[in-house]
Each structure stands twice: as structure tokens, then as C-alpha cells.
Design a protein around this ligand. Sequence first.
Ligand SMILES: C[S@@+](CC[C@H](N)C(=O)[O-])C[C@H]1O[C@@H](n2cnc3c(N)ncnc32)[C@H](O)[C@@H]1O
Length: 190
Amino acid sequence: MSVSAALSLVRSQTRRQRYDQKKTTAQKNPISICAVNFGCDENLGYLIRAAACFGAECLHVIGNLPDRAYLIPVSGSLIDYVKIIQHANPHDFLAWTRQNDVDVISAEIADGSVSMYDVDFDMSRKTCVVVGNENTGVPAEILHNSKIMHIPMPGIGFCLNTAQTANIILFEFNRQLNERVQREYLRTGS
Ligand SMILES: C[S@@+](CC[C@H](N)C(=O)[O-])C[C@H]1O[C@@H](n2cnc3c(N)ncnc32)[C@H](O)[C@@H]1O
């Protein structure tokens, strides 16, 4: 099929039809994101979209969830394709990760945090990356019970948007995963 024929086929389908088609081959990776008490509902919508695009296993939400109707347009209609697990507070979230054997990494600019460039994700385990509230950041209880990583920022700004932070980390996780798959292919030929 030519590129233009493929494009017109894509355009003739609804978003939901395209998602349902892609779902049959879509990858789910051993990473999830936890959003802590976001003050801006749009950020949660962007996070849902990023989680769906990068194949995150699920999204954890500590605190309230905005109405589904609000999240449909801001998530690019992907709200129904991402599993959302809601927790009442940080304590419940941490208990869930322990019960389910999930490693927690907080994304935060904090003393002792490791640069993302030095993080090697353990692909044999499940990892949940926590991103904080727009004003108050990741709660101390989670910081004290997790590794902490930061994204180096050589520019004048000192803090990224919280949903953008998740996007960058999901990209980095996929980059490392892809690199390891390629390396394994070169080593074994399969
Ligand atoms: C706008 S920041 C909140 C900062 C908050 N005022 C504080 O001082 O804790 C929102 C969230 O974005 C994430 N974030 C922003 N920039 C980051 C960076 N360079 N590295 C890691 N996480 C970052 C963190 O999860 C942070 O909690």
C-alpha cells in the first residue's frame, strides 16, 4: 500500500478505531508513573497520553481523579486505554508497591538525587516513577522510601513541568529498553 493510501485509511478511521487496531500489537513495559495530588487536571491528561504512547503498564494517582469527561480531550481520548490505580495517600501507595514488589523511584531535585544519565533501569523488575504536585513536589514519605533521580537542566530554569518530567523519564526508559534489545539481538542473533 502506498504511503498516501495508508494515510487516507488512517484519516478515514476514528481515533478509537485506530487505537483499537494498534492495541493488538502495542507493547506494555515494566514501568508505571505515579502522580501525586496534581493541582492541574490538564497535567493528568497529558500524563495519561504519555503513559499510553510509551507503553506504561499503568498510572497511579494519589488523591482525586478529575471527571472522565474532562480527561477525554486532554488525554487525546486515551483515558480508556490506561489502567489507573487510585490511592488515598502516599502511605497506601507505598504499601501497594511493597505488596506488588514494585521498585519506586521519585523524580525530584533533591539532595543526594542521582542524575537520570546515571540511572540504569532494572528491566527484570517493575519500576514506578513518582512525579510530584506542581507546588509541593513529591511528599517526604515517598522521598524517604525511594531512590531519587533528577533530570539535569543546564538552562536557566530550575524546575520542569511535572507531566513533562514523566514524558522525559518514560522516553529514557524506552530508550534503554530498546538499546538492551538491540544489544541482545547482536549477541544472540535473535
Ligand atoms: C514544578 S515541580 C515542583 C517543585 C516544588 N516547588 C518543590 O520545590 O518541591 C513538580 C514536579 O516535577 C518534577 N520535576 C520537575 N523538574 C524536575 C527535574 N529536573 N528532575 C526530576 N523531577 C523534576 C518533580 O517530580 C516535581 O515534584
